[in-house]
Design a protein around this ligand. Structure first.
Ligand SMILES: Cc1cc2nc3c(=O)[nH]c(=O)nc-3n(C[C@H](O)[C@H](O)[C@H](O)COP(=O)(O)OP(=O)(O)OC[C@H]3O[C@@H](n4cnc5c(N)ncnc54)[C@H](O)[C@@H]3O)c2cc1C
Length: 441
């Protein structure tokens, strides 16, 4: 596909990673653009919040070095402020800290010998397993065998997504299970370091990447508190958007990073009910977090701790200070506790004090914190955190994408817009490709 006319103006909807990466590359390529963000701040789910002398992200973020070109872009943006962090993560299992990702050498020390034998037999048989992978459950069983999957992956995944792993699409792994097969597990003689423990992270929090982008484009044409409330179309072309229920703005070319269910419901005239009904079946998992500020130098030595146990009401704890020492005062720390929820869940809708107490009481009971060490706590809701990729939803997205393709001047980029389990590096790669395409004359 080659463009044959130069665009007049690019309108970008949403100021999260997808919107800001698009704005950054448009700026670099000299394209005229404007960005509309509904919130009073940019960054979307990748924001870093500043509270008194602390900084924290809305959930455990790290920059994955999976795309060399994107890494070089982020490195150029942040220079020395992009640090290589070497802090391992752990899985909390029956009072023990298991190395994450799972290492066989570590399991030998932590698990009962009968369980170890079962794991070995299952994974030995798995080498010859040619079964078709139809679900996330099939995928993890093929990679780890059913015992390891049950112990550490399936319960955890069920807590994250809210449904059984047999119903989830294998695509939900987002490629993170690649390379973690029995060969790597059994590599007991290697001195392999915690490879998930090495990652890039900006000195002042993950949101620094996006604050820096805002600074680079000199804040030009970023309109905050600008909620896009309607998207007008005619003749297979988006021709205008409405901001905050009143202001209508004409558009030429659009990059849209809003969740697909929002986009579909604000199109005017309404899209066919057949398509809208399919879109409305797509569900996102929300996240509610508690940030607990503590009178102690460190909470742990780990970047993140994962909790697969179904009886524990949270999935992960991360300590910002373990990613960058600049995120908390020297003698204090804070932790961020993640609780995935459905929109209708009691825990998601409970009063913030009740929610905080519930999580804090669990942590005290598990002896992770002491009441007298707590300075204060805050809570945040993160809607549309994870698109729930069931096999059915993957099929629905094919129909939805086919329909949306007809709007030739609107490109959807982002986790919610594409309904894909994307990370920042994926989103940057998509934004740069599309802006390069738009820049062709
Ligand atoms: C707990 C957690 C941990 C994660 N860890 C990592 C990680 O380690 N590494 C990584 O790379 N990624 C990670 N991610 C994924 C990453 O956060 C997402 O990929 C990224 O935020 C998606 O960016 P986006 O721009 O598509 O969407 P969002 O971040 O959701 O941004 C969308 C923006 O659109 C705005 N908006 C919404 N509605 C409107 C409207 N009507 N009008 C105008 N603006 C609107 C929102 O306010 C928001 O700013 C994690 C996500 C979560 C939830």
């Amino acid at each position: 596909m080659k463009r044959n006319n130069k665009i007049q103006k690019l309108s970008i909807i949403g100021g999260g990673p997808a919107g800001l990466a698009s704005a950054y590359f448009a700026h670099k390529n000299g394209l005229k653009f404007e960005l509309f963000e509904g919130n009073s701040e940019i960054g979307g789910n990748c924001k870093t919040v500043e509270h008194k002398n602390f900084k924290f992200d809305l959930g455990a973020h790290r920059f994955h070095d999976k795309n060399k070109y994107v890494t070089s872009i982020v490195r150029n943006l942040l220079n020395d402020d992009l640090k290589l962090v070497s802090t391992p993560s752990k899985i909390f299992y029956k009072g023990k800290m298991i190395t994450f990702p799972i290492e066989f050498k570590n399991l030998l020390k932590k698990l009962d010998s009968k369980i170890i034998l079962k794991i070995l037999i299952e994974n030995g048989i798995n080498i010859f397993n040619q079964n078709k992978i139809n679900s996330f459950n099939d995928l993890v069983i093929k990679r780890y065998g059913s015992t390891l999957s049950t112990l550490f992956i399936n319960n955890y995944s069920k807590k994250i997504w809210g449904i059984d792993t047999t119903l989830l699409s294998p695509k939900i792994s987002g490629g993170r299970l690649k390379n973690l097969n029995i060969i790597s597990i059994i590599n007991i003689f290697s001195n392999r370091k915690h490879f998930e423990g090495f990652f890039y992270y900006p000195k002042n929090g993950f949101g620094m990447i996006f604050d820096k982008i805002k600074e680079e484009i000199q804040n030009n044409n970023i309109f905050l508190n600008s909620n896009v409330t309607k998207i007008f179309h005619n003749d297979n072309k988006i021709n205008a958007i409405e901001i905050n229920d009143n202001k209508k703005i004409e558009v030429d070319q659009i990059i849209n990073s809003l969740p697909i269910n929002i986009i579909a419901n604000i199109l005017e005239p309404k899209i066919p009910s057949k398509i809208l009904d399919i879109v409305n079946t797509l569900k996102f998992r929300n996240l509610r977090i508690v940030v607990i500020f503590l009178k102690m130098k460190n909470f742990s030595n780990y970047a993140s701790i994962y909790f697969p146990d179904e009886n524990v009401n949270f999935t992960r704890i991360y300590e910002p200070k373990q990613r960058s020492k600049f995120l908390a005062p020297n003698d204090k720390t804070c932790i961020v506790v993640e609780v995935p929820c459905n929109e209708s869940d009691e825990l998601y809708n409970s009063h913030s004090d009740i929610f905080k107490n519930e999580i804090i009481n669990s942590l005290i009971k598990m002896k992770f914190i002491e009441k007298n060490k707590i300075i204060e706590s805050l809570t945040y809701k993160i809607p549309n955190a994870y698109p729930i990729l069931t096999n059915e939803n993957v099929e629905s997205m094919k129909i939805i994408n086919d329909y949306f393709k007809k709007f030739e001047n609107m490109k959807m980029i982002g986790r919610g817009a594409e309904f894909k389990y994307l990370h920042t590096h994926d989103i940057f790669a998509k934004a740069v490709n599309y802006i390069n395409f738009l820049s062709q004359e």
